[in-house]
Design a protein around this ligand. Sequence first.
Ligand code: GLN
Length: 286
Amino acid sequence: MSTYGQLVTDAVRELSSLEYSDAALEAKELMGAVLRLDCRCVEFSDKLWQEADDSSEQQYYELCKRRMSGEPLQYILGEWDFCGITFKLGEGVLIPRLDTETLVDAAIKLFGDRSGMEIIDLCAGTGCIGLVLEKKLDNVSLTLVEKYADAMQYLLENKLRLGSSARVVKGDVCDEKLPPQQPKADLIVCNPPYLTAKDMKAMQPEVSFEPVEALYGGEDGLDFYRTVIRLWKDSLKDGGAMLFEIGAAQADEVMQMLIQHGFRDVRSRKDLCGNDRMVIGWKKED
Ligand code: GLN
């Protein structure tokens, strides 16, 4: 017989062999899922001293096995925190990443004192960007656009759980009929697929579990920026902003595209790792 703590220690040893993992954290998170306890809370630490029952041990073993096969921790847990809010997720939707919090932080800094903004989140996935902005900014009218049914299922669940009043549109952001049907926005945010053909070949095993449709942005990774800027710039109000997440090597090209389409004050911004992670441009008439 082992205690829950011993099971966690054994799992840390196993999970350490995975290249991209924080074994100690993941072993605890997975045990938290079995015990239905937040692994950061005191009850969880107390529980680690108790003898594990057979069914929990079996369940833990199964979850560790899935993780050992490369499946991302977030899919196994079925939820993940983004900007301090828990989002439901699973296979078929992009996992919210810490890098993406860069966009949300920037938007809150820029628009924190505004009220009644019209915001559109394109390629919304779990809805994490738009839904956090709706929560953190005052009186936002939010539209979430998502193409894929698997992602849509999580988006709707998250919207419901957060008590959001967002409009949800099932559609392709590259469909030119879509923008004219949407309200004119003060802010359009978009985390499109932007990995290049080369990135797709070199990606870490965990990422290969995520939907290719949410990752691959064409040969040079820039397909969505080209189309979204062209099709959606007229959906911005005068003075509105378009804010993209970008890959680390894409800032110059995406900034150039925005400038060519008449955007002003075009800037990039780095994430916490020091990589260029977002670009913003403003639509301003003379
Ligand atoms: N940032 C993601 C990654 O590095 C890519 C997500 C995206 O294409 N928007 O895997």
